[in-house]
Design a protein around this ligand. Structure first.
Ligand SMILES: [Zn+2]
Length: 155
């Protein structure tokens, strides 16, 4: 693990005591519990995700414009539209804005990280696509098959 992450863990008082696989039942149940909470609180919705899709990474390439290469595979992503369930990250704009108003402190020796986070938040939080219907791996979304979670979520 990169020293930068270890240093951050020390700063935050965190430690790695356990390894959890995506497919561990405890993890699967936690993610499904979290989705239920999202749904009960109206933080998810069905829709479509469009963007530049890299078939080698099986993922959309963030911020790629038509003609841009994928940064990890040096391949040319293709325009794609996929069914998805999205998380309303935009609903947390005001809460996340607390980072820049210092209500959520970030220590001064992390100013570079803070600048990046504040810039990302001030750029406007966009809703996040959290499922795919075309992946074989991932955690089944209860009642929404064939949607699977393909991003890490846990409690
Ligand atoms: Zn790629």
């Amino acid at each position: 693990m990169a020293d930068v992450w270890r240093a951050l863990w020390d700063e935050l008082g965190l430690s790695a005591e356990e390894f959890v696989r995506t497919t561990d039942l405890r993890h699967v149940r936690s993610v499904q519990w979290l989705f239920k909470l999202f749904r009960e609180n109206d933080y998810v919705y069905k829709g479509h995700y469009t963007g530049q899709y890299c078939i080698y990474d099986n993922a959309f390439v963030n911020d790629a414009k038509p003609g841009d290469n994928c940064p990890t595979a040096a391949a040319l992503p293709k325009p794609s539209l996929k069914k998805t369930i999205s998380f309303k990250l935009s609903a947390f704009q005001k809460t996340a804005g607390s980072i820049s108003t210092r209500r959520i402190p970030i220590s001064s020796n992390r100013n570079h990280a803070k600048t990046k986070i504040v810039s990302f938040v001030e750029g406007g939080l966009k809703d996040l696509s959290i499922t795919r219907t075309t992946l074989r791996w991932g955690i089944p979304v209860p009642g929404e098959e064939p949607h699977v979670f393909y991003v890490w979520s846990t409690r």
